[in-house]
Structure formats: C-alpha cells, structure tokens
Design a protein around this ligand. Structure first.
Ligand SMILES: Nc1ncnc2c1ncn2[C@@H]1O[C@H](COP(=O)(O)OP(=O)(O)OP(=O)(O)O)[C@@H](O)[C@H]1O
Ligand SMILES: [Mg+2]
Length: 291
C-alpha cells in the first residue's frame, strides 16, 4: 500500500498534468502515510525509552543487592563480635547473682543487667538472621510466610513506636502458608511495603498486615491509614524512579524492585488507595511448595 502511494506520486510527478481530484486524493494519501510513519516512530521511541528505563532499573537493582550483601556481611561480622563478650557478661552476672543471694538490692540490680543483656542478645540475633538472609548466599527453599512477616514487623517495631503508629499482623489462614522462595528477598518485599506505609502515615495512624487463603493462593494485604495515592499516580508507582519523595531522599526504586521479586516468586501485586484515607497493597502468592 505504501509502495503504491509512492509509485503513484512518482508517476504523477513525471506526467504532464493531472486531474485536481487525482492530486487531492494522492495528497491525502501522502499525508496519511506521513502520519502513519510519525506514529510508528513514536511507538519505536517509546519502546526504546522503556527498554532504557528497564536497563537502568536492572543496573540499580544490581547495585542495591550488592550493597545489601555487603551490609549483610558486615552486620554478620559485627553481630558475631558483639555476641561473644555479651555471653561472657551474661554468665558473670548470673554467677554474681548466685554468690550474692542474700544481698537483695544487689540481686535486683543484677537482674536488671541480666534482662538488658538478654535484650541486646535478642536484637543481635535477629540482626544476624536478617544479615544471613541478605548476604546473597541464601538459596530458594520452602519459607513459612507468617513467621517471616512477624520478624520483619519486629524489625520495624521501634520505628512504628517512635512515630506512634499501631502495627498489627493478623493470620486469618487456618494453617501457616508456605511459600517457595528466597527468604531475604521476600523479607525485602514486606520491609519495603512497611517502610512506604510508615512514611505515608501520620501519627496515631494504623498499619495492618493481614493474610488469608484464596484456594491454593495466599493473599496478604498491607494497609495503612496514610495520605493515600492520587488516582493519576496509581498506575505509575511501580515504575522505576517514580517517586513523590525526592526531597526526602526517595529513589523511586522500592516498588519497582519488589515488583521484580514478586514476579520471580510467581506472585502479583495490586494497589487500592483513596486519597486522604489510606492505601492497601494486595499481594498474591501460590503456596504449593512442590517445586
Ligand atoms: N503506602 C503508601 N502510601 C502512599 N503513597 C505511597 C505508598 N507506597 C508508595 N507510595 C507512593 O509510591 C511512590 C513510589 O514508591 P517507592 O517505594 O517505589 O519509592 P520511594 O518510597 O519514593 O523511594 P525509596 O523506596 O527509594 O525510598 C512513593 O514516592 C509514593 O508516592
Ligand atoms: Mg519506598
């Protein structure tokens, strides 16, 4: 068809004269052709831009997971170094308590020290777990989802407390759903969603994580009573580099990275939001750990 229009145009250009109607029809065909080619160019350019953006996002993700692995290894080293002297302090405190049973005030002080050393030890242990999951060495395996969500929520607990936000985790599944995947990556998914929710939610707000079964799928809702997302942004929030938090250091990669992780785990993520009321992210994962 394009070739025909061009042939006709060339024929007319070489002929002595042409009917005005013939010229007009040809002109309109030529304009149509030009428009069509402009559209094709636009599509090509959009495709190229999209590919560019995906490439940039993959590079950023590589840098990010490299950094996470480095931080993980560093944290594991520090946690290990801190844990040894802690165990020595703990055993000495317990020895002192046994030797001074008759000194009630001293025993009370020692109990306080013991409780706090145990607390540091628990924090160090969860940091070690987190570091191990994110050291880049973790393999895919069957993961119990609810304990993982619980631990991730615990990591966020003090930030939530500081901001006066109530964080709840509800398991409405009968059993404990099992996901086949990479623990560190799945942890990252929930950590990112909780951080986003925290950043969007004002004081005295609520953030809730709720899990339910839907056939063989587990559906997890992460909802907040935060500022919500404007309708026109809803379709863009998963795009790499889309952020409304640029001035607060947001990179706009959080949701893009976790979308990739969720896809890798054969899951999907959807969002519902009402401006001024809150946002809910809905995650669906298959739970047949047969692979
Ligand atoms: N729970 C939420 N409530 C309101 N807006 C949200 C929520 N989660 C995400 N958003 C919006 O989506 C945008 C993109 O989120 P994303 O996590 O990808 O990047 P970011 O949080 O801006 O930056 P980074 O994750 O690098 O800190 C945010 O800037 C914000 O506008
Ligand atoms: Mg984020």
């Amino acid at each position: 068809m394009d070739q025909n229009i061009l042939k006709q145009a060339s024929k007319l250009a070489h002929s002595d004269g042409a009917e005005p109607e013939q010229m007009a029809a040809l002109f309109s065909d030529l304009v149509g052709l030009a428009q069509q080619q402009v559209e094709e160019l636009k599509t090509l350019r959009a495709e190229r831009d999209k590919a560019d953006q995906n490439l940039k996002a993959s590079q950023a993700q590589l840098v990010q997971s490299g950094k996470m692995a480095a931080v993980g290894q560093l944290a594991a080293g520090v946690a290990h170094e801190v844990n040894n002297p802690l165990q020595i302090i703990l055993s000495r405190v317990q020895l002192l308590m046994m030797r001074n049973q008759e000194h009630e005030p001293l025993v009370q002080d020692l109990k306080l020290i013991e409780a706090n050393v145990k607390r540091i030890s628990r924090i160090i242990r969860s940091l070690l777990d987190f570091a191990r999951h994110n050291s880049g060495e973790e393999d895919w395996k069957a993961v119990e989802l609810m304990p993982l969500i619980g631990q991730t929520a615990e990591l966020m607990r003090h930030l939530m407390d500081n901001a006066n936000i109530e964080l709840t985790v509800n398991n409405e599944t009968e059993e404990s759903p099992i996901l086949y995947g990479n623990v560190g990556e799945v942890e990252q998914v929930f950590l990112n969603l909780l951080i986003n929710a925290l950043q969007a939610t004002p004081e005295n707000g609520q953030i809730a994580v709720c899990a339910q079964m839907d056939g063989d799928d587990v559906v997890i809702r992460v909802s907040d009573t935060g500022k919500g997302i404007p309708q026109e942004d809803l379709s863009r929030i998963f795009e790499p580099f889309f952020t409304t938090r640029e001035s607060q250091g947001g990179t706009g990669l959080g949701l893009a990275i976790i979308s990739g992780i969720i896809e890798k785990h054969r899951g999907r993520i959807e969002v519902e939001s009402i401006e001024g009321e809150g946002t809910t992210f809905i995650l669906t994962f298959p739970t047949d750990a047969s692979e």
